[in-house]
Each structure stands twice: as C-alpha cells, then as structure tokens.
Design a binder for this molecule. Structure first.
Ligand code: 2P0
Length: 328
C-alpha cells in the first residue's frame, strides 16, 4: 500500500482565476498551460495499519497543522473512493524552494493524487486523475499532463467534466521558459482567497468570464499553427487582464514588486530590439519569460543583469505525472 509519483509544475498562458464552486473546487474559466520540466515534486504515500492520523513530511520537515489538514482532507476523498480507513504517511519533496513564490500546489497535488490513488489500489485513467487532482488545487489538474495542456471549466455540478486534457506533447514544439525570481517572500494573499475576493468585489469579473472563451480559442489556434508571436502576445494580454482583475478587487491585490515591473519593461524593450520574448506572471512577483531555444542564452543573460533579479531558472517543457520507483 505504498506508491511514489513525480509531477511537474506548470504555468498558465491563459489563466485560471475564479471558481464556479468552492466546495468541489470547480473553475469558472478554462485555462491553458505549459508543463515545466525543471520544477517538480516527488511524493511517496504509504497507508499504514495502526497509524492514528495522517502524517505529512514536507521537504524533509514535519509539516504544520494547516498543511497536514489540507492533505488529510484530500486523502479522505481517496479513502472514500477506495473504501479504505487507514491513515497514511506522506513524504513530499520539491526540487525548488517552496517559499520562492513558485507554484508548488500544482506539482504537489498532481503527485499526491497519483501516489495516493495508486497506494490505495485505485487504477484511475488520466482524466479521472485530473478530476481528483483538481480537488486539491485547480492548477494541479493540468500538471497530470505534459506539454501543452487545457483545463476545461466543465458544466456539470458534480465536477466530472472539469478536467484537463493534453493539447500536444512537449516534443510538438520546443518552447522555453526563463523564470526571473525577484523575491523569496511568502505572498500575503493566496490564490484561493484572491479568487474569492475578485469574484465578490471586482466590477470586471463578469467580463473576465465572458472574454475567456475567445482567449482559449485563440490560444488553441496559436498552438495548432505554432505561431509564436500570437502565443506570446495572447499570453501577455491574458496575464495583464488577470492582474487587472486582481488589482480591481476590493481591497486591491497587487502581486508585483518594483523588480517585477522592471523585468516586464525589459522584456518589452528586448522585443523592440527584435528579440522574440513575452512574459507571463502568476499570483506572485516572479516573471516567466517565454521564448524559443535559439534566444535562451541572450535573454537569460539580459534578465540576470537586471538589478534585483535574484536568479533565473531555465526550463523546457516537461512530461505529465508518473509513478516512479518500486510501488507495492
Ligand atoms: C493559473 N493560478 O492558471 C492561475 C494564474 C494563479 C494565477 O491556478 O484555489 O493554487 O488551489 O484551485 O491552483 C493558482 O491557483 O488555486 C493558479 P486553487 P491554485 O495558474
């Protein structure tokens, strides 16, 4: 009753911001992402007889109560499905600093969904696994798949059609992402709370929902045609629109710092010089530069020299979640 799984993080080109149901964690909009090879989580789950409660070790340290509770609630979903009453020991390691404001819930819940469901004896299809991972974190539903991924908002109340699917595998198009880390501070408002606030208070929320369909359609088209300019322009547009929504919440949510803005400006400047590079930013201060392999070196060098940029992480596209090691 033990299994080990690995899943990669992802960044959304068309963002998920807003829920149509908080209870089942159903997104109010679809989203499109790239799975990232360099950022991953490896999680081992073992259901053990006579264990009094679930026990979580995060990055080699016992997790705090809040984190343990979140994982335990997620395991309850699996226990119900598998008709299992045992508690589990969960050991999870990220190969990137959790506090660095890089998405960790996506890779964490995708790896946990696969490891825990396998350890519980469930044999889920990738689609079923994506539905399960979504219950832990919306973005985790996408990390079940590799390469180019679309998350469907779904229409059903039970959430069975709110799942991700692969648009294209990573080898379809060799894109690169350079992550400019501008701060290691923990953010004050997490995504879940931020989304609720935007839904409840932003005067732009309904238009965000309405315009999401066109963005998704255009992005699918850009990927189909391998049209880098279109993919990049649309990523920036959708990213800025999401941040405008966050900013227009009450009180306003500002996820950027001064260096974030400086990096955005520099990316625009490089583009003006004929270098094809575009940015996207999640609910945090790090900037992700999207580019093509031939421009990686030049762009990384430029970003590293911006004052306040702490480091630049290079990544190509990664695979979906997979079982690793000896699973019994
Ligand atoms: C995204 N984000 O599409 C967007 C863009 C952040 C900004 O998905 O509440 O941690 O756990 O479902 O998955 C982050 O949201 O939120 C996210 P929950 P999650 O990547």
């Amino acid at each position: 009753m033990k299994a080990k799984a690995k899943a990669h993080s992802n960044i959304a080109l068309i963002k998920y911001w807003g829920k149509r149901s908080a209870l089942l964690n159903l997104p109010a909009v679809g989203s499109i992402s790239l799975t990232l090879d360099s950022l991953h989580t490896i999680t081992t789950v073992e259901f053990i007889k006579n264990l009094k409660s679930d026990y979580l070790i995060l990055n080699k340290k016992p997790a705090d109560e809040r984190e343990t509770k979140r994982v335990s609630s997620f395991l309850n979903i699996i226990r119900r499905k598998a008709d299992l009453s045992l508690h589990a020991e969960v050991n999870s390691i990220n190969n990137f600093p959790t506090a660095a404001g890089l998405a960790s819930s996506a890779s964490a819940f995708a790896a946990l969904a696969l490891a825990a469901s396998s350890a519980a004896g469930l044999d889920l299809s990738p689609g079923e696994l994506s539905v399960l991972a979504r219950r832990g974190s919306g973005s985790a539903a996408r990390s079940v798949f590799g390469g180019f991924v679309e998350m469907k908002m779904g229409k059903k109340d039970d959430g069975s059609d709110a799942l991700a699917c692969q648009i294209a595998a990573k080898d379809y198009w060799d894109l690169r992402v350079l992550i400019a880390v501008t701060s290691q501070d923990k953010k004050k408002t997490g995504s879940t709370d931020g989304m609720t606030l935007s839904k409840d208070t932003s005067p732009y929320y309904q238009n965000w929902l309405k315009t999401s369909f066109d963005d998704l359609k255009e992005m699918r088209d850009a990927i189909k045609k391998r049209d880098f300019q279109k993919l990049g322009e649309l990523s920036e547009y959708n990213c800025l629109k999401m941040h405008a929504l966050a900013l227009s919440s009450r009180p306003g949510l500002l996820y950027w710092n001064a260096v974030t803005v400086e990096v955005m400006r520099h990316i625009k400047f490089l583009r003006g010089q004929g270098c094809p590079v575009y940015f996207t930013i999640d609910a945090g201060p790090q900037v992700k530069a999207i580019c093509q392999p031939e421009d990686v070196e030049k762009i990384a060098n430029e970003l590293e020299h911006i004052r306040g940029v702490q480091k630049v992480i290079h990544t190509s596209l990664g695979n979906g979640a997979e079982l690793i090691g000896d699973n019994r």
